[in-house]
Design a protein around this ligand. Sequence first.
Ligand SMILES: Nc1ncnc2c1ncn2[C@@H]1O[C@H](COP(=O)(O)OP(=O)(O)O)[C@@H](O)[C@H]1O
Ligand SMILES: [Mg+2]
Length: 250
Amino acid sequence: MAPATVLARCATGIEGLDNILEGGIPRGNMVLVAGSVGTGKTTLCLEFLVRGAERGERSLFLSVTEASSKLIQNLSTFEFFRRDLIDQGSLVFVDLPVLYDRLGLGHEELTPEEIGILIRTIRDLVRSLGAKRLVLDSLTSVCYRIRRDEQIRDFMLRLGQELNEAGCTSLLVSEIGPTPGRYSLHGVEEAIVDGVILLWNTRRMGDILRVVQIVKMRGTAHSRAQYVLELTPIGILMAPHLKGGREGGT
Ligand SMILES: Nc1ncnc2c1ncn2[C@@H]1O[C@H](COP(=O)(O)OP(=O)(O)O)[C@@H](O)[C@H]1O
Ligand SMILES: [Mg+2]
């Protein structure tokens, strides 16, 4: 029997995650980062980009929900953040609403033609920058403007293919409610992506803990255990989730 192929990895630079992912996300994968508010989605995605930029991989943050100036301000409170990465162009922030305006995609619901324009614009941006890592924060806001399931499916399939061809590994933020159920707004998103990283809050002895779990990652025999996730000044730390005390999702 031929030896199993080991796919090239995109090390997230978050040690705990890389350990349970056999070294990182398979390169070119499109991964959903799903969780409710305050679970650490944006921080995890930003650290993924900073660590990539440090390794010489150009990293692109497409911001929909928060202005990138505000994001950079928040990011500056973490020691792992390096402004020089932005100054030298290794870490690039683009505000999607600005792009929408420039492309004339002003109205609420995007037509199939406009969705095509959006995909080509992201593709051209990734290609011209030679970006190897991309974050879209959030996919939920984009899907809110695409609305129909079959169009969301088509948008994600085409975007995933373009990014994969460009050798770009991507994290797409999915904003979901606090109760467990599906991992995305429409449910089609999670079926198309190559991976799902789920974040949630849990209560233990009166404290709220952040928990992370890899639900799915194509191309990897990954751990499916739960880990406590801590946002520290030096970056995200993970430890096994010891399930003592009172539990409950929030
Ligand atoms: N400098 C910091 N050090 C540690 N934790 C921080 C720091 N800045 C913000 N946080 C924590 O990060 C949380 C926000 O996380 P965020 O990644 O924006 O969540 P989400 O995107 O899932 O809504 C804040 O509520 C706060 O608890
Ligand atoms: Mg966020």
